[in-house]
Design a protein around this ligand. Structure first.
Ligand code: HEC
Ligand code: HEC
Ligand code: HEC
Length: 414
């Protein structure tokens, strides 16, 4: 074998695949069509790799999208959300308590990006791409179930975050109730809903200031709590927020720790508690436990705050709370929650005079396995397993109708 024959052999070998590919492309029939499609795909893939390898795509947020890219992204977003929510029905959303609960969280979790009535959009946020639309002016005529989907899941590649507690769909609906009310709110109404008696001028609630409050002494953190739980700790009267005033200190502290560690799920309370130090939590728990449970909000516990005040229902709740229902494996609630003179574990909360809607919501969460809590939460999950919607209704009506427990000082021995 001469040297030339060897070289020709090697060259022939090297040219084998390109030659076959060439023949495949120019031959007729379905094979050629397939080859051309594959060939185009290969060229596009190599081109794409080169495009990325040379650093050519523009990822600068300082450059706006081309109009066509912007339109395409909008179509993908609205179409995907619409397809994923086809046929979904929203629950009733007109309850003012839902709107109030949504407003409280909007001010801390959404307004820094989406702005709010009477607030200018932050310059920093305007530098984002896509920049968060000023809600609600810029909302794509979303149906409630579409808003729900977006707020629950967030939007990938846009900085729109998912809801921090995926199990709490009730909280997401509260946010949707607020978003629906937002178009009709003027700045004063918005401030009243989101900040209660406290105004942002008092030093909290400005964009970004919320984050600062959680690092600073309890006094500032306390001002933040008061936006939702009321300055007197009685929860602002509608049942949107639980009453904390006069609650047992050990339970309050353990609940804050449970939110902070993610043991108790709430997209509203988890981010707040996660920013508190342990000494801050102790100070806050002591403060709320020491407040008078009746507070300055006479509406708590009255028929107005607990709609559907119904003697038969309350009597049914009282029977179940006192005796339990052994065949259905429902324990007597009173042995752990009172009322009565029994000495109780310090982690068993008071329920008397708490808001009816809040009690019912927590019982549903326990029953459905969606409520964590303190290290004693498992006993409560067990107690709630067999409760029917009727039981929950009766028990919450009963406990909400009870007078507030005696002031904390007198209860020190319990
Ligand atoms: C870090 C900034 C950021 C935060 C915080 C944020 N969002 Fe968004 N959100 C965005 C961005 C960006 C978009 C726009 C996405 C787009 O243009 O495709 C968006 C889009 C939306 C939309 C869709 C509007 C539309 O029609 O295009 C809704 C509704 C929404 N957000 C609600 C909320 C709510 C409620 C909260 C608070 C729980 C929240 N967002 C918190 C950044 C944020
Ligand atoms: C944006 C409104 C909002 C703010 C601000 C807020 N809370 Fe809450 N808080 C809620 C809501 C809503 C719940 C009920 C959450 C749930 O369903 O678990 C709650 C629940 C609680 C509970 C549990 C009560 C119980 O009976 O189990 C405690 C304790 C608590 N908050 C303390 C605080 C403290 C302390 C602060 C201030 C550092 C604070 N909260 C700030 C809305 C708020
Ligand atoms: C063996 C004791 C025990 C029994 C019996 C019991 N519970 Fe509880 N319950 C607890 C504990 C402990 C918690 C606190 C859970 C946590 O957050 O860690 C709790 C929490 C609750 C809460 C939430 C309170 C709040 O402020 O968030 C409600 C509502 C409640 N129980 C209602 C009931 C009802 C109604 C019954 C009767 C069907 C009942 N419980 C029976 C121990 C008990």
């Amino acid at each position: 074998m001469t040297r030339n024959t060897v070289i020709r052999g090697v060259l022939d070998g090297l040219a084998y695949w390109p030659r076959r590919a060439w023949h495949c492309l120019i031959d007729g029939g379905w094979k050629a069509v397939l080859c051309r499609v594959l060939g185009l795909g290969a060229v596009a893939a190599i081109g794409g790799l080169l495009f990325v390898a040379l650093g050519l795509p523009s990822i600068a947020a300082s450059q706006p999208h081309w109009p066509v890219t912007k339109r395409l992204l909008e179509i993908v977003m609205t179409h995907t959300v619409r397809m994923r929510t086809l046929g979904e029905q929203a629950p009733p959303l007109d309850d003012p308590a839902l709107v109030l609960r949504g407003a409280g969280h909007y001010a801390t979790g959404c307004a820094p990006c989406h702005s709010a009535p009477g607030q200018r959009a932050s310059l920093i946020v305007q530098g984002m791409l896509p920049s968060p639309p000023k809600l609600p002016e810029d909302m794509h005529n979303l149906a409630p179930s579409e808003m729900f989907w977006i707020v629950k899941h967030g939007l990938k590649y846009t900085s729109m975050p998912a809801w921090p507690a995926p199990k709490r769909e009730d909280e997401v609906w509260a946010m949707v109730a607020f978003l629906r009310a937002l178009p009709s709110l003027d700045p004063a109404e918005y401030r009243r809903l989101a900040y209660g008696e406290l105004m942002p001028e008092a030093g909290i609630g400005r964009d970004g200031a919320y984050l600062a409050t959680l690092q600073t002494p309890p006094q500032t953190a306390l001002a933040n709590c008061a936006r939702c739980h009321g300055e007197d700790g009685t929860g602002r009267g509608l049942g949107a927020f639980p009453k904390l005033a006069g609650q047992r200190e050990t339970y309050l502290l353990a609940s804050l720790r449970a939110y902070g560690s993610g043991e108790r799920h709430s997209g509203v309370m988890q981010p707040i508690a996660a920013g508190l130090s342990d000494p801050q939590m102790r100070a806050l728990a002591r403060h709320y436990a020491s407040l008078a449970p009746t507070g300055a909000t006479p509406a708590v516990g009255t028929p107005a705050a607990n709609p559907g005040h119904d003697a038969d229902l309350i009597a049914r709740g009282e029977r179940l709370a006192t005796d339990g229902d052994a065949p259905r494996r429902i324990p007597a609630c009173r042995q752990c929650h009172g009322p009565g003179a029994v000495v109780r574990h310090p982690l068993h909360p008071d329920l008397a005079n708490q808001y009816r809607d809040y009690l019912a919501l927590q019982l549903q969460l326990f029953r459905d396995g969606h409520r964590g809590g303190t290290p004693r939460a498992h006993v409560m999950r067990h107690a709630a397993l067999a409760l029917t919607p009727g039981d929950i209704d009766a028990l919450s009506a009963y406990y909400a109708s009870l007078p507030a427990p005696a002031p904390a000082a007198a209860r020190a021995a319990r």
